[in-house]
Design a protein around this ligand. Structure first.
Ligand SMILES: Cc1cc2nc3c(=O)[nH]c(=O)nc-3n(C[C@H](O)[C@H](O)[C@H](O)COP(=O)(O)OP(=O)(O)OC[C@H]3O[C@@H](n4cnc5c(N)ncnc54)[C@H](O)[C@@H]3O)c2cc1C
Length: 301
C-alpha cells in the first residue's frame, strides 16, 4: 500500500503506519496494522472506506479492542479505529451515541440524566459500536433491550438505518456480523428512573464484577460463549485446566472463563491455549466451546 498517497489524500485524519496493535488491545498482544487510522467523524470514515475501495485495499473497523485477539503477524490493509468519535447526545429518554464512545461512559451519562435501563452495561469495557456488533450483555441485560436504531456505513458508501427488527439480535450476535459495514451511531431508548436507585444497581454490579473477574490483569473478558446447558468456567475447572499457563498466558485462577496475560504473553500463546482448552473440553465432555472473542489477523511468517 502507498501510505504516503493515503496520507496526502486524507491529510486531516491521524494515520499511523506499522503500528503495533498490542498497544490498543485489552490482552496487550497483537502484531502491527499496516495502517491504523483515527477518523473524527462519519465523513472521514467514508473517505477512508472509499479510498480503500478505489485502491483494492482491505479494511476493518475496531472499537475499543476489548473482545479481540489480533494474531502476532498483525493486519494487512487499513484498520479504522473509532475512538475519536465519541459524542453522546441526550434527547429526552433517548441517547444518541457515536460508535467510539465507551459503553461505560454512556451508562454514566444515563445515570446523570436519571435514565434507567443501561445499568447492566456499567462494567463492559467496549465501545458502543463494538457492543452493538456483539449484542454485549451482562447480568440479565443485553444491548438489544435498550436498542432503538443504528446507522451503518455500507461498503457501497450509503448509510443505512437498522431498527431492532432488522438486527437479528441473539446471544452475542447481531446482523452487522453478517455484513461488511461500520456502525457509526446508535440510538438507545431508556426510561425515567430514580438516580439513587440506578446508582445503587450500578454499584452492586460493579462490586460483583470486581469480586468475580480478574480485572487486575489484561484479558479479553469471557473467551468462550456459554454452551447450552453448561457454564464454561465450571467445565474448564472440572477438566483440571484452571491455572494452566501457556507461554505468558494463563487460565485465570479467579475465573476459569478468562485467559489473563500474566507474563508478556503473545497472541500465539492465547490462540494455542484456546485451541488446547477446546480440545480437552471436547474430549472430556463432548462439548464444543465456540469463542466469544474474535480472533483476527495473520500468523507470523
Ligand atoms: C475485563 C472484560 C470484561 C468483559 N465483560 C463483558 C461482559 O460482561 N459482557 C460482554 O458482552 N462482553 C464483555 N467483554 C467483551 C467486550 O468488552 C465486549 O464484547 C464489547 O462489546 C466489545 O466492544 P469493543 O468496542 O471493544 O469491540 P472490539 O473488540 O474492538 O471489536 C469486536 C468486534 O466488533 C467489531 N466492531 C467494533 N466496532 C465496530 C463498529 N463501529 N462497526 C462495525 N463493527 C465494529 C470489530 O470489527 C470486531 O469484530 C469484556 C471484556 C473484558 C476485557
Amino acid at each position: 500500500m502507498n501510505t504516503e498517497d493515503l496520507k496526502n489524500r486524507l491529510p486531516h485524519i491521524t494515520i499511523l503506519v506499522d503500528e503495533l496493535l498490542k498497544n490498543y488491545t485489552f490482552t496487550k498482544t497483537g502484531g502491527p496494522a499496516d495502517v491504523l487510522a483515527f477518523p473524527k467523524n462519519q465523513e472521514e470514515v467514508k473517505a477512508l472506506v472509499d479510498y480503500c475501495k478505489e485502491n483494492g485495499i482491505d479494511w476493518l473497523v475496531l472499537g475499543n479492542a476489548s473482545n479481540l485477539i489480533v494474531r502476532d503477524g498483525g493486519i494487512r490493509g487499513v484498520v479504522i479505529m473509532l475512538t475519536e468519535m465519541k459524542q453522546i447526545q441526550v434527547e429526552g429518554e433517548q441517547l444518541l451515541v457515536e460508535s467510539g464512545a465507551k459503553l461505560i461512559d454512556t451508562t454514566y451519562v444515563a445515570l446523570e440524566e436519571g435514565l434507567t435501563g443501561f445499568e447492566f452495561a456499567c462494567g463492559i469495557p467496549g465501545s458502543v459500536g463494538g457492543a452493538v456488533y456483539m449484542n454485549a450483555g451482562a447480568y440479565e441485560g443485553e444491548i438489544k433491550d435498550v436498542f432503538d436504531y443504528t446507522e451503518v456505513l455500507l461498503e457501497d458508501g450509503t448509510i443505512k438505518t437498522y431498527t431492532a427488527s432488522d438486527m437479528a439480535f441473539a446471544y452475542r450476535h447481531s446482523k452487522i456480523q453478517m455484513i461488511h459495514g461500520v456502525i457509526l451511531r446508535t440510538a438507545f431508548k431508556l426510561k425515567k428512573g430514580q438516580p439513587e436507585v440506578i446508582k445503587a444497581k450500578m454499584d452492586e454490579l460493579t462490586k460483583l464484577r470486581e469480586s468475580k473477574q480478574p480485572l487486575e490483569y489484561p484479558s479479553c473478558g469471557s473467551v468462550f460463549k456459554r454452551p447450552d446447558g453448561y457454564y464454561t468456567g465450571a467445565l474448564i475447572q472440572k477438566a483440571g485446566l484452571q491455572g494452566l499457563q501457556w507461554g505468558g498466558a494463563q487460565i485465570s485462577t479467579k475465573h476459569a472463563g478468562f485467559i489473563v496475560n500474566i507474563d508478556s504473553a503473545t497472541a500465539t500463546d492465547y490462540v494455542e491455549l484456546i485451541a488446547h482448552i477446546q480440545q480437552v473440553i471436547k474430549e472430556k465432555f463432548s462439548v464444543i466451546l465456540d469463542t466469544e472473542v474474535r480472533i483476527i489477523g495473520e500468523e507470523v511468517h
